[in-house]
Design a protein around this ligand. Sequence first.
Ligand code: 5AD
Ligand code: SF4
Length: 476
Amino acid sequence: MSLGSNKVLDESKQGDATLIDAGPDNGKKLYLESYGCQMNFSDSEIVASILAESGYRTTRNPEEASLVLLNTCSIRENAEQRVRNRLNHFNNTKKKNPELLIGVLGCMAERLKAQLLEEEKLVDIVVGPDAYRDLPGLLEEVTDGRKAVNVLLSREETYADISPVRLNSNGVTAFISIMRGCDNMCSFCVVPFTRGRERSRDPESIVREARYLYQEGYREVTLLGQNVDSYRWNVSKKGDVIDPAKETVNFAQLLEKVALTAPDLRIRFSTSHPKDMTDEVLHTMARYDNICKYIHLPVQSGSSAVLKRMNRGYTREWYKNRIDAIRRIMPDCAISTDIISGFCGETDAEHAETVSLMKETEYEFAYMFKYSERPKTLAERKFTDDVPEEVKQARLEEIIAVQNESSLKRNRASVGKTFEVLAEGVSKKSDDKLFGRNSQNAVMVFDRGDIIPGTYVRVKATDCTSATLMGEVVKG
Ligand code: 5AD
Ligand code: SF4
């Protein structure tokens, strides 16, 4: 999760691919673009790995590709619109290069299935998030203008054995997917329909991946899941042990196992769910210096009535209790959130409750969105999307303004303090500067000197904006 200025999350953020020069070579090049959440970016690394096995090399240049894959997001309507525009663009390229194959992966593949192939004739291949192993076979089927599709969802697939190809890697930070799917059924959310049932990945394979990344020089891993707090291994949903001969692992225990990989491997995770986040997780975080003091805890709304309509499974009071627990157990922990403005039936008073919760919590950072109705969701079936567009927009602008103020306040409070920063790379604005993040996930920019990305430096914050801390390296 990057700390940019507080804004609507930019679904158009693209992840093109780096060249892979190992493995077989079938002479064909893959151009892969990812949209949406971190899980999609992580999945693209699995896709690149599966296709590398059958000889595809990835390229950053779509013009030399014989296969273009878009790993897509359905969370809001505008995310889907962007992908359609991109598909139209690649279809124009195809007119010049009829051999080019175009595929859609991820959530839109799952949601729109054959529609993309048949009605819109935009793609040759459609593959849902649980069917990536089938990609090489499907690509063989797509000859002579035939189309291929597999959007079957699985109860077991975790891609545990696949070693992801790190795309666009800075060699310092990496994602590790620890679970897939979501069983929560928040009423606004399409994810349970596109990514299927929740399942956790074998903890041993997670620890192995962390260890491998560390050996390769990585110094930070982010454990990914839609709801990491419901990670469970060898335990049924009801809480019964499945195989008494084997150990059981919950999220707090998994965190600890990964933290023990190496004291200088930083651990982050996302996303936590307020209804499931336990004090045990917080105590584990507090015990290990290398577990970053940062929690992304989406609230969605500050009104208990709206939360009920959203089917979030907690109230404002419960949420505030979780915030209090974080502050009590880890006073230096940063907290960020997601907020939706203009959900079905949201009144001015309910919106005001979101604003007041934000002011009380003073988040370091927030992702803020206008409600976008999604087909088949509980909200689409049960409620009316009745908040006018202008009202959604005005409320969104208000919450963004409140958040910018609290981000600035939080950053100002850091000025004068010294933090341990993991240097990640050269600053976008100046070749003479590096950027990295402190444990709290704040971006810090400082003089490059002879510092190499991937090393830890102590940086004293000297100035700030609402998005960034400027600092000086402290020697010794
Ligand atoms: N409309 C707007 N925002 C949504 N989110 C999920 N579904 C929708 C929707 N239909 C937001 C939530 C979630 C984040 C990933 O995206 O805030 O936490
Ligand atoms: Fe969607 Fe809710 Fe699951 Fe998050 S927890 S993916 S918002 S259903």
